[in-house]
Design a protein around this ligand. Structure first.
Ligand SMILES: Nc1ncnc2c1ncn2[C@@H]1O[C@H](COP(=O)(O)OP(=O)(O)OP(=O)(O)O)[C@@H](O)[C@H]1O
Ligand SMILES: [Mg+2]
Length: 267
């Protein structure tokens, strides 16, 4: 293991992915030579056009999908099977509808054979952390969209992963709830010190949360730029524009990203 490996929570090396085409269609090349690192304790966001392969990358790190070529390392160890030591909040995080909120949060501990009393105590801690205290006995349909997202984040936090994958976790939320969730996530991470790989479509969100932003091209995707974000922490999620340096960081990311969008200029 090299020194480089031990400092990285995640390391993507020369990743390629293509999916078999439907009957008669040629294979679909999705990722084209993707290499980047998530250094330990850092927050890295990935942005890129819809369908460029962002979720595909997270699935590889979670060990749910085998890449066509290249390697993914988690804490220096090659990911070759389902990665149960990583925290994953998938794009469509589904809570089990027949279980209460706290039973959903406990579920990963049940799968790991943790005893009932300890399960409940640890789940309660995670529930408190995402501010869902008082809703333990509610079923998913009795929770708002934002609360369901919080529950799925608690379900991921319950086994204290050192590395976290989040796929547009706040995508479907209204702007106010989203800012509150960003604020809470930042506070939680400051306490836990986890490393995070975060997918989003939202440049403000990427800049506000990250230590660096990886900008991907259209499919077949390559990395257009990796933009370091050196804004001081903690950052006030409710006032991005009041943060010195925010506008410059946003413009750097946007100028790379917009080159990939087929934007027609107004006549
Ligand atoms: N299991 C699969 N089989 C075949 N094609 C797939 C599979 N998974 C993903 N794809 C294709 O790979 C491409 C990338 O998908 P992916 O979900 O990674 O995109 P994304 O960047 O996360 O997009 P979005 O921003 O819309 O979530 C898409 O064209 C998709 O159709
Ligand atoms: Mg996706």
């Amino acid at each position: 293991m090299t020194d480089h490996d031990t400092q990285s929570a995640l390391s993507f090396r020369a990743i390629r992915q293509s999916f078999p085409g439907l009957a008669g269609e040629p294979p679909l090349p999705v990722l084209n030579d993707i290499s980047f690192e998530v250094p330990r304790g850092k927050f890295v966001s990935v942005i890129g056009p819809s369908g460029c392969g962002k979720s595909t990358l997270l699935q590889m790190a979670a060990g749910l999908l085998k890449q066509t070529a290249g390697q993914v390392f988690h804490n220096g160890i090659l990911v070759s099977d389902v990665n149960r030591t990583i925290g994953f909040v998938p794009q469509q995080a589904q809570l089990l509808p027949w279980k209460t909120m706290i039973e959903n949060v406990e579920f990963p501990l049940l799968l790991r054979g943790v005893k009932a009393a300890e399960r409940r105590a640890r789940a309660q801690q995670a529930v408190d952390k995402v501010d869902l205290t008082g809703f333990e006995g509610h079923y998913p349909y009795q929770l708002s969209g934002g609360m369901q997202k919080r529950a799925s984040i608690a379900r991921m936090l319950v086994y204290k992963p050192d590395t976290i994958l989040m796929d547009e976790p706040f995508g479907a939320l209204d702007a106010q709830t989203r800012m509150v969730m960003q604020h809470d996530l930042q506070t939680m991470l400051a306490a836990e010190g986890a490393s995070v790989l975060f997918v989003t479509h939202d440049i403000t969100e990427a800049v506000m949360l990250s230590d660096s932003v990886v900008v991907m091209s259209r499919r077949p995707a390559r990395i257009l730029a990796e933009v370091p974000i050196d804004l001081p922490r903690p950052r006030d999620m409710f006032e991005p524009h009041a943060i010195p340096g925010f506008a410059e960081a946003y413009d750097r990311v946007w100028s790379v990203f917009r080159s990939e969008l087929k934007v027609r200029r107004a006549a």
